[in-house]
Design a protein. Structure first.
Length: 158
């Protein structure tokens, strides 16, 4: 029968230090950064989005939202979303100095709301505020009429 060899205490200590050091170094190594575009431009807006509107009070609204290149103005987008009530909301806008700016119209003539937001998650989403426009029939200073919006890319990166 072969006698059981017990490792020397120095070897056990070295082994523990080595294993623990490796696991700490691995835990502190930053993961690879997201591959983000240098600048999120209007072209990043093209496609299908999932819209969430969060009013100050009440239930939030979710709806698909589509944006495409504006046929007359190459650096802008146009699109639409449909509220659960069936009301179609037309959109037009762009990204200016890093900010998403959209005008909304329910009649295709007058601006009924304005959107202002910023890209999140490398442009895969946008967050900001939707509020009644100064030319609308509503009280634009009433904070309860302002809504937080979140746009998330539907169907992946474009």
């Amino acid at each position: 029968m072969t006698p059981c060899r017990v490792p020397k205490p120095d070897f056990v200590a070295w082994l523990l230090v080595t294993v623990l050091s490796a696991s700490v170094a691995h835990a502190q190594t930053p993961s690879a950064p997201l591959s983000c575009p240098a600048e999120v431009g209007t072209a990043h807006l093209y496609g299908q989005w999932q819209l969430t509107l969060r009013p100050a009070h009440g239930q939030h609204t979710e709806a698909p939202l589509r944006l495409e290149r504006h046929p007359d103005y190459t650096e802008t987008v146009r699109g639409q979303w449909t509220a659960p009530s069936g009301q179609v909301h037309l959109l037009s806008g762009d990204i200016s100095e890093g900010e998403l700016v959209l005008d909304e119209s329910v009649d295709g003539v007058n601006i009924s709301a304005v959107w202002a937001g910023y890209p999140v998650d490398c442009g895969r989403g946008f967050e900001g505020e939707r509020r009644p426009s100064a030319g609308s029939d509503t009280d634009t200073d009433n904070p309860s009429l302002r809504q937080r919006f979140v746009l998330r890319r539907a169907g992946g990166w474009h």
